[in-house]
Each structure stands twice: as C-alpha cells, then as structure tokens.
Design a protein around this ligand. Structure first.
Ligand SMILES: Cc1cc2nc3c(=O)[nH]c(=O)nc-3n(C[C@H](O)[C@H](O)[C@H](O)COP(=O)(O)O)c2cc1C
Length: 188
C-alpha cells in the first residue's frame, strides 16, 4: 500500500491529527487539492439542510480554525447567525480520505478580519463577487448592474469542534473521531 504512494502509515492519534491539519493547510495553497473546495452544510432558516461548495481560504492550526469568505448578504450568513454550528465535508480521491468537520462559526464583517480578507481577494477574479449590486440568490433585474463601492465581504471563522476521518483502503478501511482532547478509533 505504501508503495502506491497514496497511503501512509501513521500509527498514533497525534500523528493523524497532525496529518489532517497538514492536508487542510495544503488545501489553502494548492489549487488542485480536493479539500480546497469542501461542502459547507448549514441548517436552513426553514430547518432543512442546506449545502454548498465553498473555498477553504485559511487554516489556523494553533487556534483550530478554518476560514471561508462569503458575501455578507448570502443566505448562509443568516443561517450561521441563527445556528452557528455547521459541518464541512471534504473528500480526496488521491488520499482516499473523507473528512467531516463540525465547527462553530463566527461571522465577521466590517472588522479587521474582513478587511484583511478583502485585501487578499481584491486583486483576484473573485473580487467582483463581493461588489455585486444585489444579494446572492436574488433575481437578476438587468444583465449588467453597476458594482458597489464597498465590498460586502464576510469572513466565516469556524472553530473545529470535532472531526470524523475515514480512509478507504483495500487492506481495510480506517476511521477515527478527533475532538480537542482525544482521538478515538472507530469501526468504519
Ligand atoms: C467551486 C466553487 C467554489 C465556491 N466558493 C465559494 C466561497 O468560497 N464562498 C461563497 O460564499 N460561495 C462560494 N461558492 C458558491 C456557493 O456554492 C453558493 O452557490 C453561494 O455562496 C450561495 O450560497 P447560499 O445561498 O447558501 O448562501 C462556490 C461555488 C463553487 C462551485
């Protein structure tokens, strides 16, 4: 299995934890890393599940934080303000790893975090996403509306509560639950 290059053999929970944070961090800088675009699942205001793809923008391992940028007017922001606990789902076929992450989110707007996020994206093609005249999901009125002067950017800062890791391997699947204190090996 190691010869295939994809599956490494960490033994202890601490090593697994370290490897997971390493992959999450890589995903923020490697455009081809599958974990760069996880699915974010929230509870809709109607109580139904809502899930969408997002970009993992920053990882702060020391604080156990994952950061996502979004339009402050998007429905997911209202959903996270109403119910701040949400999940991220990551799957990498290269690693054969699924990672389910439960997080408690803070929504940051008009503050240093939001300003820093804007500085990071303002020169990128996604800058206009935050300057659209209308909120994401609202009906298009005219095809080309003028852009706003002020970016409607919000930072979703998620503090990791727990992670559920699943590795698919021919020799046997492995699964573990990690919270802040410990790593528990589970039946896959
Ligand atoms: C590859 C990909 C990456 C995306 N990244 C983001 C992102 O980082 N932030 C974001 O708000 N929406 C992102 N979106 C759009 C969301 O999936 C979603 O359509 C939009 O944010 C509206 O979601 P909401 O109505 O649930 O708030 C991305 C979509 C795709 C396909």
């Amino acid at each position: 299995m190691a010869a295939e290059g994809d599956h490494d053999h960490f033994v202890g929970g601490d090593e697994l934890r370290q490897r997971l944070w390493q992959e999450l961090t890589r995903a923020t800088v490697d455009r081809h890393h599958a974990w760069r675009t996880p699915a974010l699942a929230t509870t809709g205001l109607d109580g139904l599940a809502q899930v969408r793809t997002v970009v993992l923008r920053e990882v702060r391992q020391a604080q156990a934080e994952l950061l996502i940028y979004t339009d402050a007017r998007s429905p997911k922001v209202a959903e996270l303000l109403a119910q701040p606990v949400a999940s991220l789902l990551c799957w990498s076929s290269r690693l054969s790893w699924q990672l389910r992450v439960q997080l408690r989110f803070a929504v940051l707007q008009n503050d240093e975090e939001a300003n820093a996020a804007w500085e990071r994206v303002r020169q990128s093609p996604s800058a206009n996403d935050y300057l659209a005249a209308r909120a994401p999901g609202s009906a298009l009125a005219v095809a080309h509306e003028a852009l706003l002067d002020t970016p409607q950017i919000a930072v979703l800062r998620g503090h990791v509560i727990a992670m559920d890791w699943l590795e698919l391997a021919r020799a046997g699947h492995r699964r573990a639950r990690l919270d802040e204190q410990r790593v528990e090996w589970l039946v896959p």
